[in-house]
Design a protein around this ligand. Structure first.
Ligand SMILES: NCc1[nH]cc(CCC(=O)O)c1CC(=O)O
Length: 332
């Protein structure tokens, strides 16, 4: 872009900022409810709500209340929700078989939402951590995370979610070869219209701490996820991962976490021009809420500013725990 500005005073850049109406005319980016995916946590029971201590305002909800939240999403105009299960520790095993059980908690929630509020798109999470006694996203043997055995398990998990009625599958595991394997299995099993939103550039981040509390995975996890999630120091590698996932059949891609990785969001959008999403993760949410609860920042204003930043960086949409608050603020 060239910037051949006439010298002052012919150019006074404040002219386009002088009133609300002129600022509105010159605004380059917008944030709308259409840009939101609302992540939520499901727990066993009925009428059950459990606050997540490290994420003020976020609760685990039983399936009936997930359905109620999906209705709220529809009323607010939020196009999609994303379901994460809090799994009973007794169901966690080394082989992770609960992950692909047709009537596991997550699949029951997917089916219930699709039955009651079919117009809301349901996204899922595909990774073994909620079902793994070892807390890892993949199957662990002798301290090593096994790639190909994990992909076989993830394919079964993907099919179970598609059978339950999921619209968008979200592989968040970072194994190699999983997108191609899932896409082939979906085609073979008649799920040709199910979307894959791949967590393509997912970093080994410390911003996921509160999420691991929310799904009850922090206790089980031994070690870290650095042999599969990305090194936060890398950027070119993210482009290779995105390209690989697109070639294997992903429809949309994600960068995660969000705000600390806006440069990656920008590169993905500019280099590939595909539907690009960011995940404003639990730690990002917790930081904003903690400062707001202390009266140190204006929480609502910072929430909206942080989400506009994703749009400015080129994201088509954002997974954010703020989704209902944002929708309410935008609908006001
Ligand atoms: N693989 C599971 C998964 N899916 C989404 C998140 C994090 C989301 C958040 O922090 O809000 C994680 C945690 C992890 O990788 O340890």
């Amino acid at each position: 872009m060239r910037h051949n500005l006439a010298p002052f005073p012919a150019t006074r850049l404040r002219r386009t900022r002088r009133s609300a109406s002129i600022r509105a005319l010159c605004q380059e980016n917008t944030l709308s409810v259409n840009d939101l995916i609302w992540p939520m946590f499901v727990v066993e029971g009925s009428g059950e709500r459990q606050p997540v201590t490290s994420m003020p305002g976020v609760e685990r909800r039983s399936v009936d209340l997930i359905v109620q939240a999906a209705r709220e999403a529809a009323d607010l105009g939020i196009p999609a929700i994303c379901i994460f299960p809090y799994t009973d520790p007794a169901l966690k095993t080394d082989c992770c078989r609960e992950a692909w059980s047709a009537d596991n908690l997550s699949n029951r929630a997917i089916a219930a939402v699709k039955d009651a509020v079919p117009e809301v798109a349901v996204m899922t999470d595909i990774a073994l951590d909620p079902y793994n006694a070892q807390g890892h996203d993949g199957i662990v043997k002798d301290g090593v995370i096994l790639n190909d055995e994990t992909v076989d398990a993830l394919v079964k998990m993907a099919l179970a979610q598609a059978n339950a009625g999921a619209d968008i599958l979200g592989p968040s595991d970072m194994m190699d070869g999983r997108i191609g394997a899932m896409r082939a299995a979906l085609e073979a099993e008649g799920h040709k219209d199910v979307s894959i939103l791949s967590y393509s550039a997912k970093y080994a981040s410390s911003f996921y701490g509160p999420f691991r509390d929310a799904v009850g995975a922090s206790g089980a996890l031994k070690g870290d996820k650095k042999t599969y999630q990305m090194n936060p120091a890398n950027s070119d590698e993210a482009m290779r991962l995105v390209e690989r996932d697109l070639v294997e059949g992903a429809d949309m891609v994600m960068v995660k976490p969000g705000l600390p990785y806006l440069d990656i969001c920008r590169r993905v959008k500019v280099e590939f021009g595909v539907p690009t999403f960011a995940y404003q993760v639990s730690g990002e949410y917790a930081m904003i809420m903690a400062a707001a609860d202390n009266g140190w920042i204006d929480g609502d204003a910072v929430m909206l500013e942080s989400l506009m930043a994703f749009r400015r960086a080129g994201c088509d949409g954002v997974l954010t725990y703020f989704a209902p608050q944002v929708a309410r603020a935008l609908n006001d």
